[in-house]
Design a binder for this molecule. Structure first.
Ligand code: HEC
Ligand code: HEC
Length: 319
């Protein structure tokens, strides 16, 4: 036990660093303001009915609240729509990590025939035909709008999607009264007996690695699809647990409607359908689950403040 306690303390200490800046009207870049407009603009999809925000809806934790995503023509996508906050330092994107930067990621949904179904030249001509985008880009010295300017703006907006400090952040910074008794017990479970921090570690509670927790299926082999390495069968990217509340359902296929369902799963993980699960059955009792849940609640901070963007946009495009 004491080895686990030490590990927990060391891990907890390591979690102090790497916070990104909270975006405000005073520090937001004009590029991010243009990105905000583009992120919410259905003009970027062929039938003009779907924006990034249709699927990454701020009111739903920047996801869509559905088990599996839904494309511009109503098709069901193969995976659950993840949140897009706190991705500033993410080395791999998508559940299988097939893309390494936000820049390379954004073009994927834009051009996927079952998502937004556009081509780069079509996107450019639609955006460049709008006087307000012409004025906005001219304000950042772009007179000849190209796809990299459009993607660059979307990425600048995504990079500004930082969530606010949490109760647990306050505790880490030395406020020992920030956690109540149940939350403190839950913290011990998270970092020791529950083994959660083996994978959900660091400022955003993810190691940015791929693991098999027994959720892969014959239909979705996860990371294996990209690497073809047998050991990657059934592995998915560890999702962040920062600001989990509001982005239910959970997992790459949205199989769990609530955090309680997730904890019941970790307590008694079923046999994996593909590959070998890395999980040990925890057999948490009801009190432990309640405490763990109490701790997990302390990982939720404010969602990004978008209230200043509309005024910033108006200012940017005013002559
Ligand atoms: C039709 C719904 C839909 C639309 C529209 C959409 N996305 Fe997504 N997005 C998804 C799904 C589903 C995934 C996960 C796919 C996977 O992992 O295979 C995803 C994944 C992502 C990720 C990776 C997050 C992570 O943690 O790995 C980012 C970033 C992202 N989308 C940004 C965008 C941007 C920017 C746009 C607009 C240009 C956009 N998305 C449009 C459904 C959508
Ligand atoms: C061996 C690594 C590992 C361990 C240990 C682990 N997780 Fe996970 N966790 C993952 C991976 C990988 C996923 C994604 C699986 C998927 O999408 O099918 C995940 C998914 C989740 C999700 C869903 C989040 C979302 O956005 O969909 C939650 C919540 C979660 N884990 C909480 C926990 C808790 C609580 C513990 C400890 C009881 C724990 N995990 C232990 C690797 C791990």
């Amino acid at each position: 036990m004491s080895k686990w306690v030490t590990t927990g303390v060391v891990i907890g200490w390591l979690m102090l660093g790497f916070a990104s800046t909270w975006a405000t009207a005073d520090n937001i870049s004009p590029q991010a303001v243009i990105g905000w407009k583009l992120f919410f603009d259905p003009l970027l999809s062929r039938p003009k009915n779907t924006s990034c925000a249709t699927c990454h809806d701020p009111a739903k934790g920047y996801g869509d609240g559905l088990p599996l995503g839904k494309g511009a023509y109503g098709q069901t996508l193969p995976r659950h729509t993840p949140s897009v906050v706190n991705l500033q330092n993410a080395p791999h994107l998508f559940w299988d990590g097939r893309v390494q930067s936000l820049k390379d990621q954004a073009i994927v949904p834009l051009t996927n025939p079952i998502e937004m179904d556009m081509t780069p030249p079509e996107i450019v001509s639609r955006v460049a035909a709008q006087p307000h985008y012409q004025r906005a880009f001219a304000a950042i010295d772009v007179d000849n709008i190209g796809i990299e300017d459009i993607v660059g703006a979307i990425v600048a907006f995504e990079r500004a999607l930082v969530t606010g400090p949490t109760v647990f952040d306050r505790w880490l910074q030395g406020d020992k009264d920030a956690l109540n008794a149940a939350q403190k017990r839950g913290r011990m479970i998270f970092f020791t007996r529950g083994q959660c921090a083996i994978c959900h570690v660091g400022h955003n509670f993810t190691d940015h690695e791929f693991h098999n927790v027994g959720t892969g299926t014959a239909n979705d082999l996860g990371r294996f699809v990209i690497t073809q390495q047998p050991e990657d069968q059934g592995s998915f990217k560890t999702p962040s647990l920062r600001n989990w509340k509001g982005r239910e359902p959970f997992m790459h296929d949205g199989r769990f409607a609530s955090m309680r369902d997730v904890l019941a799963f970790y307590s008694n993980p079923p046999a994996p359908q593909v590959g070998e699960s890395e999980l040990d059955p925890l057999e948490l009792d009801d009190d432990e689950i309640t405490d763990l849940l109490a701790f997990l609640e302390t990982l939720n901070g404010a969602w990004p403040d978008l209230s200043f963007y509309a005024a910033a946009w108006e200012k940017l495009i005013s002559p």
